[in-house]
Write a protein that binds this ligand. Structure first.
Ligand code: TYD
Length: 203
């Protein structure tokens, strides 16, 4: 039985979600609130190898193969990292999760969204985030924040990133209780304040 609190951080590449995750982790640590930070892809053992393939394999990868590798990573992550931490009552801060698959492999790559939802359900055994932050900013601004060395997905063009953004905004529209959009075109401190405002009631 899940007892902890599961919070995911989402958005297009370069949206600043990892910085915000780190700041929230620091805040919770200072208050001695038990929490862990984790990420997809690549958190749990086998996941590290899958991450290397997903981000750096330099020969063609079919869209369906890509989806299944992300899902294999997720299944491993749920089993060995997420469920144990949540069962111990911890707050879990997770950098990307199921919504990334819906947006990247669905909205941006053109995969069937309903099919992907079912695949997520199978990979996670139904484990859903309690709260999801989507850090939103124009893809043009986000691209400037991504460094010169880009991984396979960051190399996709601006059109790909616009579709991603649209996907995230739609998910938030469908699930407003769980998914909170945060305007990420702001200072790091202001964005952090907005994150804290959202989680205060939950702590
Ligand atoms: P990562 O280096 O972790 O970057 P980021 O800071 O943007 O999260 O790269 C992960 C990449 O994998 C990122 O471009 C999003 C992509 N991704 C998917 O396409 N599908 C998924 O299900 C997940 C979890 C990530």
């Amino acid at each position: 039985m899940k007892k902890g609190l599961f919070i995911t951080f989402e958005g297009i590449d370069g949206c600043g979600k990892t910085t915000q995750l780190e700041l929230l982790k620091k805040y919770l640590d200072e208050k001695n609130i038990g929490c862990i930070k984790t990420l997809e892809p690549g958190a749990a053992g086998l996941g590290e190898k899958l991450r290397e393939i997903l981000l750096h394999y330099d020969k063609p990868v079919s869209d369906r193969a890509e989806t299944f590798i992300f899902l294999a990573d997720r299944a491993q992550h749920v089993e060995f990292t997420l469920k144990p931490a949540l069962n111990e009552g911890k707050i879990v801060l997770c950098d990307r999760y199921t919504d990334s698959t819906i947006c990247y492999q669905g909205y941006a790559r053109g995969g069937n969204i309903e099919e992907l939802k079912k695949m997520n359900e199978i990979a996670t055994e139904g484990l859903k985030p309690d709260l999801t932050f989507v850090f939103d900013l124009p893809p043009e601004s986000a691209q400037k924040r991504v460094g010169k060395i880009k991984d396979r997905l960051e190399k996709e063009d601006i059109g790909f990133h616009k579709k991603l953004q649209k996907g995230y905004l739609e998910i938030a529209k469908f699930e407003p209780e769980r998914v909170k959009i945060i305007n990420a075109d702001d200072s790091i401190e202001n964005i952090h304040k907005k994150v804290l405002e959202q989680i205060c009631g939950l702590l």
